[in-house]
Design a protein. Structure first.
Length: 414
């Protein structure tokens, strides 16, 4: 196995990102410790000290798990690449399947299944130990196993044909060196298709969605939709309580196939006027076209990424530097997917900064169409019920949080 200068660049990037992630975690832990015995100013009347401390302990528990996940995932990445695990799987399938496209599909499927199996203990611990300890888990073993089976079925039905199509284009000699443009087009169409079918076909595969039956709330929401000029395919309540006590609300779908979805846990803890304010916030994202902007940004990023892959696939140093003996389309695709997060780690704050800006804009929109006090009270309830930290470290938040802290959001609304 030959290593080269790119190997050292790769190792340096891994070391830098791991050190940065652990440093950020320690900063977050210190911020929680400093504010642990005192509720942040402005929340004294609405958040009890015991709830604030529960949120601190919950955050610390997640950080401890994340410490281990960072180190463990780094070891797994090194085993896949420089450790030769990809070479073993590639050799296994190359001896049994002659068709390079079909062989590559089996290769990628094998890595996906092994990666899911490796992540399984973390999922089990997160749901049945960590979330259970803090009273959030509602999931049974049967539901957990059922979700895994359903995810596997969906992957085989939807993702596997996509992988085959991508590898077919990458190996189709007539297309030439610009194969990545066709691949980008297929991925873009597939993404749009998934966004369109998700509300009606995929989401019901995991949860039950019933039309909102609270006529008073429904009238408030209908009035809000008319005032803001928003159309949807319906207002639904999802049985989120069968998995978690965390509350949430979201929009899903594109075009005319859009749905407004409330978790049943959210409806139980909020007044009608607070739910209206939460919905107004979500409508703010559509008013400012945030969803479209994020979608376009995602497509641009994938276009640039695939263009880079189109260059790297012809560079022997790329494969050798990452521990792969035999260059191939399927190996390039997996190597690129595994290493891209490492090299793009330090641009994460840019996307989060834009996301937090969007949240402020959506809050302002909600305040202009509902009472800002109702949005404030709903935010406080959400932070309390979800045990979210009220005082995160600013650098940790910059790298990890797509939403501003409760303190900043409420200061703006006030």
């Amino acid at each position: 196995m030959e290593f080269n200068f790119f190997t050292f660049i790769f190792l340096f990037a891994i070391l830098t990102s791991v050190v940065a992630l652990l440093w950020l975690n320690f900063r977050q832990d210190r911020a929680i410790t400093i504010s642990f015995d005192k509720v942040p100013e402005g929340f004294n009347e609405t958040i009890k000290l015991e709830d604030h401390q529960k949120a601190g302990n919950y955050t610390r528990a997640k950080l401890r798990l994340n410490h281990f996940e960072i180190i463990f995932s780094t070891i797994v990445l090194l085993l896949w690449t420089l450790g030769g695990a990809m070479n073993l799987i590639d050799g296994f399938w190359s001896e049994r399947v002659m068709d390079p496209v079909l062989m590559g599909t089996f290769f990628i499927l094998s890595i996906m299944l092994i990666a899911s199996f490796i992540d399984l203990p973390f999922s089990i611990y997160r749901n049945f130990v960590l979330e259970q300890k803090f009273g959030f888990n509602r999931m049974t073993i049967g539901t957990f196993a059922g979700d895994l089976i359903k995810e596997l079925i969906l992957s085989l039905v939807l993702v596997l044909p996509l992988i085959y199509a991508i590898l077919f284009l990458m190996n189709f000699e007539t297309i030439g060196k610009y194969w990545w443009i066709y691949v980008w087009a297929i991925i873009t169409v597939f993404s749009l298709f998934m966004m369109w079918i998700y509300p009606s076909f995929i989401a019901p595969f995991f949860n039950k969605f019933n039309p909102l039956d609270n006529e008073t709330l429904k009238a408030r929401i209908t009035n809000l939709l008319e005032r803001t000029g928003f159309g949807s395919d319906g207002i639904f309540v999802m049985d989120g309580s069968k998995r978690s006590s965390h509350g949430n609300a979201y929009f899903t779908g594109i075009g005319k196939n859009k749905r407004i979805v409330f978790f049943d846990t959210l409806l139980k803890g909020m007044e009608d006027k607070e739910i209206e304010a939460i919905l107004a916030h979500e409508l703010g994202h559509f008013h400012h076209k945030h969803t479209r902007q994020r979608m376009i940004s995602s497509f641009i990023f994938s276009f640039v990424s695939l263009a880079l892959l189109g260059y790297l696939i012809n560079q022997p140093w790329f494969f050798n530097g990452l521990g792969v003996n035999q260059p191939s389309s399927h190996a390039a695709l997996v190597l690129f997917s595994l290493t891209l997060p490492v090299f793009s780690f330090f641009i994460t704050p840019i996307s989060n900064l834009m996301s937090r800006k969007h949240e402020f804009q959506a809050d302002a929109f909600a305040a202009s169409h509902t009472d800002a006090k109702d949005l404030i009270s709903s935010l406080i309830k959400l932070y309390k019920e979800n045990s979210s930290s009220l005082s995160p470290d600013k650098y940790y938040s910059a790298f990890h949080d797509s939403h501003p802290s409760a303190v900043l959001r409420i200061e703006r609304l006030q």
